[in-house]
Design a protein around this ligand. Structure first.
Ligand code: 1GP
Length: 254
């Protein structure tokens, strides 16, 4: 089960790095390069998803990734009900709890519930929270929801806690792909204080230091997409930073 990877990491103080791949932007060479990095232990999880579903070859690309990075789980991070694929190892079943759009809270889920079950996909109920990242993002626009203001940690914490009380298994805080400002340490700390669930943070993380800051503030896994699409050579430095915070957190945990 992929969820145990997250929950056991959380229990042990181990920090994880997820690389987000947008199927619409996937290229063969890039996927093979990412797979090679994953095989060196530099990627813990691949997330697979994006805002648009233009790609005709998404299934082929996911197969290519799975065939070449056999021991790295791929979790669907769908921007649409059309991004389901049974080749994946699990599905972040996202409920956009920072928003008030019923379609994103339950509507889309109903549309695909039976299909997801028949596909045999492991579902990870995820309280997905958009946090303002300094400029409008695709997710906010496409989901027709307003992000939580970046300077309101108590609102973020209460939202995450409501998600936990509703039975979600994970919290994903996202400033949105390409955000100017990633989710702040203050917001992450406030949420960490309130909930016991694994916390995933992404959106606008462009430096190893910033990834480390998010993990130190209390995230269990950071997600990087854009910055690695631009330059995959940055991955070893990023992975080393994640491992370094992980070693400190695991030692503190004992
Ligand atoms: C977006 O959290 C992800 O949903 C990753 O964001 O592409 O900015 O790294 P970036």
């Amino acid at each position: 089960m992929v969820y145990s990877l997250l929950s056991e990491a959380r229990a042990a103080g181990k920090k994880l790095l997820a690389v987000l791949i947008d199927p619409d932007k996937a290229r063969r060479e890039n996927l093979l390069e990412l797979a090679a990095h994953a095989n060196k232990g530099e990627v813990d999880v691949f997330l697979w998803g994006g805002s648009l579903v233009n790609a005709l070859q998404a299934e082929y690309f996911l197969k290519l990734l799975k065939d070449n990075a056999k021991s790295t789980p791929v979790i669907l991070f769908p921007g649409s009900v059309n991004q389901l694929d049974e080749q994946a190892d699990a599905l972040f079943l996202l409920s956009l709890i920072s928003g008030r759009n019923p379609d994103m809270l339950i509507g889309r889920h109903v549309q695909v519930a039976v299909k997801v079950k028949r596909m045999g996909l492991e579902t990870i109920a995820t309280g997905y929270m958009l946090i303002d990242g300094g400029r409008p993002t695709s997710v906010s626009y496409m989901s027709n929801t307003t992000p939580i203001p970046a300077d309101k940690p108590p609102i973020a914490a209460a939202t995450a806690l409501a998600g936990e009380q509703l039975g979600m298994k994970m919290i994903y805080m996202d400033a949105g792909s390409g955000a100017l400002n990633p989710v702040s340490g203050k917001v992450i700390k406030a949420v960490r204080r309130e909930v016991d669930l694994p916390i995933v943070v992404g959106g606008g993380i462009r430096t190893a230091a910033r990834a480390a800051e998010s993990l130190t503030a209390g995230a269990d896994m950071v997600v990087v997409g854009n910055a690695l699409e631009k330059d995959v050579n940055w991955l070893p430095e990023l992975a080393a930073a994640v491992r370094s915070v992980s070693a400190t957190a695991a030692a503190d945990n004992q």
